[in-house]
Design a protein around this ligand. Structure first.
Ligand code: B3K
Ligand code: ZN
Length: 873
């Protein structure tokens, strides 16, 4: 494949100051006239031809400074337009193209989703609308005239502010939008369709009035209120936390049902997957509400981190994505419980980014080369990218961080920036050289920090020895790792002195180092990596008793949760390795663990239910596989984890029933999606799940009752999920009832598809195959595909990686079909094979055979070929 490399970056030879677009929307033949004000770039080559990008375009007319261009002066293909000898002074190029939005199944460029015209231009979709310098460092001021049939598309939206609108004759109408802020083409958007609108006013801290609006499919406006409210809260938060105010007269969000990802931050016109907009108590879970709030915030925050300051090239993607994820994480933490939210972030990071970093698709947060940029919107760029920003803040402190952010925005406003520009702002602010820290952007892989502790009772000192290592970087200089830590005694935290620890953080910036605490009167247990202060793995030999002391006594919530996870992980890994048949007696270790959980619940469950629910949650089967790291047998993991769940359920006994009852709202309590109410539901359902793990009959009955009486989607779905784990008539009846009740609610049916795809039983493969033929399933809709097939491949390890290879084959077949219509979606699904090298040899062979057949069939898109090639490397 042709690789694009960071080291080959050079500025564009031409710039485009203004873009005027005239778009006549038509389902099959949309005509676009683009008028580009071009000029040679003083930083580029002066004698260069003008080379514009295209993708699947038909050129119908081309003129330069108003004159039709001589065909000898240019050449045009579907993917490029070259003007051989462009003028050496500013000139105007007028390009007329035609596209077919209905035939656009890639969902990149201009397409139709349930009849609504919409666009997706990041990373390189604008070139599917007109020929252009489709690169983020070419920034222009856009004016867009949109014309459409007034009946088909009564709503016409563009970037920026509406300047004019009116009838255009023959039942058509038009609107003109002007965006005063120069932007790269990837932030362009337009929408045309029949949509309902909810709106509210907002006044920025600068006193600028802005109208906020959410557009949804007709009849669904009652489900848009939460998203609209989240926009206003995001705006206020960005003013308070980062001093960033909104900068246009309107901020529009449009929900569409066919979308390749979560949402898109187009300037003033965010386009959303409707899954992240629409919510009502009967159709959305607490997790859905939280995701809507987070993604609304994320896209809004891009208005500064991404739009006002954009990326010079796509290698700098983390500059906007990692930073914006960090910003949305901070927002959610402020809106909800910080400790609970942090645990959720780390769970995601470990579930998605750690395995990526450990497998064949590993890449640095700032990649150095790519074949297909759309394959680099990864957990590494987003989540690890956010962790780097978080580490930077703990290194320099919150005040210097905020000042550095202000400087970054001020220095780079209206520019296309780099990671170096970002770090330079903090260096300038603090006087610190951050070049060592910058290695985080360059090194793939998860670093391991191994730690040894030594207590000297006579000297009353406690010594901690650290050693960092990173596979593949053995000869390179070390990373700068902020390790938040403290010591915990029998009765709680110990105040001990150590000059190397400032503000509770020790910075490990050498390969090995040691620190000594003095005035330590008892043997302490170290609480390391508090709040998960760096994206590393900690290795330290410690006993369950020490870990359980942290659960009981530490002040850092993250490490309290981590302590319970570590004990559970050890128990599951040990049992997986032994693959022992489930013993009647849990054994002393598991009994001690259950006792610690019981003590914890008795003391704290009622005061912080959300946290208690997390403590009760065991590491997932995927987490255990990653921990084991090689020769993985998913069935053995499943058995070991199930056994431990049963023992915990049995050990906690009636306590769980009391919790389940205590967390049940009295009838008549109004639904609220806030964190406290969601926390009660989370604990209630964690209890239900353990009750069923201990006793299928009793748990099944309780779940059936909850399913029948549930007042919220959270409780109904949790009950159904508990039932789904228990084979039998009750399960099938409940699944059927749910399917009938929500037959007309595609987003709810997605939960139903996903739940069935996750059942860890042999029969699931035929269930999934059958559901592909369900009338509500559509292979062209990304949400349906991700719900059924994505869940099967990513969240059902025993069935996807079946020893007979049937799970792999089912996915390979589906991916080949999807690649024919939507390569980006197909490529994303294929990443499920990214952990195949970790499997035991029988399953590994099956994966090799399936992937080999897949490759030899040929005819693959660039997106899929890129993932496949790297997966097999
Ligand atoms: N910036 C978009 C993602 C675009 C993905 C292109 N394949 C959404 C976001 O991260 O905010
Ligand atoms: Zn983003």
């Amino acid at each position: 494949p042709t690789l694009i490399r960071l080291e080959d970056y050079r500025p564009s030879d031409h710039l485009i100051d203004t873009v005027e677009l005239d778009v006549r929307l038509h389902p099959r033949e949309t005509r676009i006239v683009a008028t580009l004000a071009l000029r040679p770039n003083p930083d580029g080559r002066s004698d260069a031809p003008l080379l514009l990008d295209g993708d699947d375009l038909t050129l119908t007319r081309l003129s330069l400074d108003g004159e039709i261009l001589d065909p000898a002066a240019y050449s045009a293909t579907a993917s490029a337009l070259t003007v051989h000898e462009p003028p050496r002074q500013p000139f105007t190029l007028t390009i007329e193209t035609r596209v077919d939005p209905t035939a656009n199944t890639k969902l990149m460029g201009l397409y139709r989703s349930s009849g609504v015209y919409c666009t997706q231009c990041e990373a390189d979709g604008f070139r599917r609308i007109t020929y252009f310098l489709d690169r983020p460092d070419v920034m222009s001021v856009y004016t867009t005239r949109i014309e459409a049939d007034a009946d088909e598309a009564p709503v016409l939206l563009g970037n920026g502010n509406l300047t004019e609108a009116g009838p255009a004759g023959q039942g058509r109408h038009y609107a003109i939008w002007h965006d005063p802020h120069p932007k790269p083409a990837y932030l362009f958007a337009l929408v045309g369709g029949r949509l309902d609108r909810v709106s509210r006013p907002f006044t920025t801290m600068e006193g600028r009035p802005a109208s906020l609006a959410v557009y949804v499919e007709p009849g669904k406006s009652d489900r848009a209120a939460y998203a609209l409210d989240a926009i206003a809260r995001s705006m206020t938060w960005d003013e308070e936390a980062f001093g960033r105010a909104y900068d246009l007269d309107v901020f529009n969000v449009v929900a569409v049902s066919d979308f390749n990802m979560g949402a898109m931050e187009n300037k003033g016109l965010n386009i959303f997957n409707d899954k992240y907009v629409l919510a009502s108590p009967d159709t959305a879970t607490d997790a859905d509400y939280a995701a809507i709030e987070r993604i609304i915030a994320h896209e809004y925050f891009h208005n500064w981190s991404g739009n006002r300051v954009t990326c010079r090239d796509w290698f700098q993607l983390c500059l906007k994505e990692g930073l914006t994820v960090f910003r949305d994480q901070e927002f959610s933490s402020d809106m909800r419980s910080r400790a609970v939210h942090r645990i959720g972030e780390v769970r995601t990071l470990r579930a998605r980014q750690f395995p990526e970093d450990a497998g064949p698709l590993a890449h640095p947060v700032r990649p150095r080369a790519y074949a297909e940029i759309n394959n680099f919107y990864t957990a590494t760029v987003y989540e690890k990218g956010a962790e780097i920003v978080r580490m930077l803040r703990s290194l320099i402190g919150a005040a210097a961080f905020r000042a550095g952010m202000d400087r970054y925005f001020a220095d780079n406003d209206g520019r296309a920036a780099t990671v170096e520009d970002f770090l330079a702002a903090f260096s300038a602010e603090t006087g610190r050289d951050l070049s060592d820290f910058a290695r985080w952007y360059e090194r793939p892989g998860t670093p391991v920090v191994s730690v040894e502790g030594d207590y000297d009772a006579a000297a009353r000192t406690y010594c901690l020895r650290f050693r960092q290592r990173l596979a593949g970087a053995e000869d390179s200089p070390p990373l700068v790792i902020p390790i938040a830590l403290g010591l915990v005694g029998e009765g709680g935290p110990i105040a001990a002195a150590c000059e190397r620890v400032g503000e509770g953080v020790f910075v490990l910036d050498r390969a090995c180092d040691e620190i000594v605490f003095s005035g330590v009167d008892e043997r302490p247990v170290p609480s390391l990596l508090r709040g998960f202060s760096a994206p590393v793995r900690i290795e330290m030999a410690s006993s369950d008793a020490d870990r359980l002391r942290l659960l009981a006594r530490d002040t850092d919530s993250f490490n309290r949760w981590q302590a319970a996870q570590s004990v559970a992980m050890r128990l599951i890994v040990e049992r997986t390795r032994a693959d022992a048949p489930p013993a009647e007696d849990a054994g002393p270790d598991a009994r001690a663990f259950v006792e610690a959980l019981a003590t914890f619940l008795d003391a704290e469950a009622l005061s912080d239910p959300a946290f208690a629910a997390l403590v009760l949650g065991l590491p997932s089967e995927g987490d255990v596989a990653n921990e084991i790291g090689g020769d993985v047998d998913p069935d053995a993991i499943h058995r070991a984890r199930r056994t431990l769940r049963r023992q915990i359920g049995q050990g906690l006994g009636r306590r769980l029933d009391s919790l389940h009852a205590a967390m049940t709202d009295a009838t008549g309590v109004a639904f609220s999606p806030d964190a406290a109410s969601a926390g009660r539901r989370a604990l209630r359902n964690a209890a239900l799940d353990l009750i069923a793990a201990a006793d299928e009959v009793r748990g099944g009955e309780l779940a059936a009752t909850q399913f029948a009486e549930a007042a919220t989607m959270t409780d109904r779905l949790a009950a159904l999920s508990t039932l789904a784990a228990i084979p039998g008539e009750a399960r099938e009846a409940a699944l059927h009832a749910f399917g009938v009740r929500y037959a007309d609610e595609p987003l709810v049916l997605d939960k139903w598809f996903a739940l069935q795809a996750m059942i860890p039983e042999d029969g699931t493969i035929s269930r999934v195959a059958a559901l592909q033929g369900h009338p509500a399933f559509a292979i062209t809709n990304p949400n349906r595909v991700r719900a059924l097939l994505g869940t099967f491949a990513m969240a059902n390890p025993t069935q996807f990686a079946r020893p007979d290879g049937a799970g792999f084959r089912l996915m390979a077949d589906a991916i080949r079909t999807i690649d024919g219509t939507n390569p980006q979606l197909a490529a994303r699904l294929l990443t499920a094979f990214g952990s195949w090298k970790m499997l035991e040899s029988g399953r590994r062979t099956q994966a090799t055979v399936t992937l080999g057949e897949f490759a030899s069939a040929g005819g693959l898109s660039r997106d899929v070929a890129d993932i496949l090639g790297r997966t097999l490397e």
